[in-house]
Design a protein around this ligand. Structure first.
Ligand code: PRP
Length: 176
């Protein structure tokens, strides 16, 4: 039987939308003449990427990479593996990685290393959420929505055992 979690709102959908507007302006300033490839890391980034691209009023290409972290519930093992790679050619492209959250940094470190072997012109990282207190890898975040506390966060693409990704806002699961 599923347990019922108590959720405490952290960011409303309005707060997220407003911050994404600001991030989009920064990205436009840096990329509008470069036809960037926005590369979402699945699954968590799908909501953020969908909202972000609709705020970008210049040509962009989209693709996805899917990776998996071996974990049991909330505990990350530290191992990341590639599940499916992008279709787009990455050589000489300006790639902007799109993440929902950077936590330990293991996922973005893995994806960044994987990308660099494919000869992109540049690689940068945009994350909606950043939890720097949990970092295990040095990760340069170029565009950051919000810094978040070291709590278990769900909603807006983020899950707990695959639940809550569909919540429009972001909440802390109490007691986690
Ligand atoms: C989450 C999130 C990031 C990653 C960040 O993905 O979407 O990709 O964790 O954590 P890290 O910085 O500690 O690596 P998860 O592995 O839970 O898979 P999902 O995107 O399919 O939910």
């Amino acid at each position: 039987m599923d347990s019922i979690h108590r959720l405490t709102p952290l960011f409303t959908s309005q707060q997220i939308a407003s911050r994404i507007d600001e991030l989009a302006l920064e990205i436009k300033r840096d990329y509008q003449s470069r036809y960037p490839l926005l590369l979402g890391i699945l699954k968590g980034s799908f909501v953020f990427l969908a909202d972000l691209v609709r705020c970008l009023d210049f040509p962009v290409e989209l693709d996805f990479i899917r990776v998996a972290s071996y974990s049991a519930g909330k505990i990350t093992s530290g191992q990341v593996k590639l599940v499916s790679e992008p279709v787009a050619s990455l050589t000489s492209r300006h790639v902007l990685i799109i993440e929902d959250i950077v936590d330990t940094g293991l996922t973005t470190d893995f994806v960044g290393s994987w990308l660099k072997e494919r000869g992109p012109a540049s690689v940068r990282l945009c994350t909606l959420l950043d939890k720097p207190t949990r970092r295990r890898r040095l990760v340069e975040v170029n565009y950051r929505g919000f810094i978040v506390p070291n709590r278990f966060i769900v909603g807006y693409g983020l899950d707990m055992n695959e639940k809550y990704r569909n919540l429009p806002g972001i909440s802390v699961i109490n007691g986690e």
